[in-house]
Design a protein. Structure first.
Length: 401
């Protein structure tokens, strides 16, 4: 019998707040509680914390401090980038380009803009979730004002060719936005070198507080505000700043970048070991996403003939927290839009599980998961009355042996 232990493998969903970050947040909730807009000593102390956090966020991506706009998270940053730019540059054109594997914060915002009269091109991806640069080149028209392609895919961990996209966008005079929620602190980001005009980031993916994030907006980029009522954040995000959250975000970003190389190497070893053992020990499985061009923390596996939600619940009973690559856990019968865009059939997509590694994970954790997983898969497959039938029906789908 496997001794029960707690293993958290859902770091792409959220991360625990680092102790030193939590302590700083507490300090700014109790001792440094002033309003940064106030002119007295309490306000000046608060303003100093805000300024330092802005410097830390800018330093994490190679930006200038005045290019950082604090938000409530990645979703708000995506909305401000896309809507703000679309409204501000509508006189130049009303065509937007994005990819089929974007986070819904981008896809749904683009679809709303489409309802408002903007035209939208959604780029397909290959079997690994990568866009094709030739597809992007063909999609550009004289009306194109904005390209939005994420840096790292949140489900399968594939790293998109951001530097190539940025160079093409600059050459054509088009704004380029990237959702970097899953890449900040995991792989290097240099907004100048990558020719990124707009970038979204989130605090709770990098061991910072929830409800925090920022938008990088390059100097000279015009944005139309979505909220009105104050002069904070260049009048683009008015309202008294969430100072405790912001200082926590700043420190978390600085620590993530400082430790990135060492942590990436450590997690990559655990990731590769985990993938190798799963593919060797369990039949009829496939790795989703690019085998090499992927972030070090992501393991997304499809277990054929297994329903993802049942697998997640079984893992949870063993103390293992992961997430599903399908949308079934949200009450939908539709599989992941990312996996289907990659050409994976619905039956296989429904059996996908995302396991994402983080600071606290050890080799012992991975060994525990590898011991618990095979019997769970065997039990679930044995319970399925459609097991043999599905083997025949899925024979023609994109399952990679």
């Amino acid at each position: 019998m496997i001794e029960l232990r707690k293993v958290y493998l859902d770091h792409s969903a959220t991360t625990p707040v680092r102790p030193e970050v939590a302590e700083l947040v507490r300090e700014y909730m109790t001792r440094c509680f002033g309003n940064p807009s106030s002119v007295h000593s309490f306000g000046r102390e608060a303003k100093a914390g805000l300024t330092k956090a802005r410097e830390q966020a800018a330093g994490a991506i190679g930006a200038h401090t005045e290019e950082i706009i604090f938000t409530s998270g990645g979703t708000e940053a995506d909305n401000l980038a896309l809507r703000g730019a679309a409204y501000a540059y509508a006189n130049k054109g009303k065509h937007l380009i994005t990819s089929a594997v974007e986070h819904h914060a981008v896809l749904d915002t683009c679809k709303e803009l489409e309802k408002e009269g903007y035209s939208l091109t959604v780029l397909p991806v290959d079997e690994y979730g990568l866009i094709r640069m030739n597809d992007l080149r063909r999609a550009i028209t004289p009306e194109t004002i904005l390209i939005s392609v994420m840096h790292v895919n949140n489900e399968v961990g594939t790293i998109e060719p951001i530097e190539e996209i940025g160079a093409l966008a600059k050459e054509r005079g088009i704004l380029f936005h990237t959702d970097a929620v899953q890449s900040l602190g995991k792989i290097p980001i240099d907004v100048k070198k990558m020719n990124i005009d707009l970038l979204s980031a989130s605090g709770h993916k990098i061991y910072g507080p929830k409800g925090t994030g920022f938008l990088y907006a390059k100097r000279g980029i015009k944005l139309h505000p979505l909220v009105f009522g104050g002069g904070q954040e260049r009048k683009l995000r008015p309202g008294t700043e969430n100072l405790p959250g912001i200082v926590g975000l700043g420190l978390a970003a600085a620590l993530a970048v400082r430790e990135m190389d060492m942590e990436t190497a450590r997690l990559q070893k655990l990731r590769d070991y985990m993938i190798k053992e799963i593919l060797e020990k369990i039949n009829d499985v496939q790795l989703n996403g690019h085998p090499d061009i992927r972030v070090s923390s992501n393991v997304n596996i499809s277990f054929k003939y297994v329903e993802g939600e049942s697998l997640l619940l079984s893992l949870d009973m063993k103390g293992i927290a992961a997430s599903s690559g399908s949308a079934c856990t949200s009450g939908s019968l539709d599989p992941s839009h990312v996996l289907t865009a990659m050409g994976i059939c619905h039956e296989v997509a429904h059996g996908s599980v995302r396991m994402t590694l983080g600071h606290d994970n050890t080799e012992e954790d991975i060994k525990y998961v590898l011991e618990a997983l095979p019997p769970i898969v065997d039990r679930l497959r044995a319970m399925s009355p459609l097991y043999q039938q599905n083997r025949k029906e899925c024979a023609g789908c994109t399952l990679k042996k």
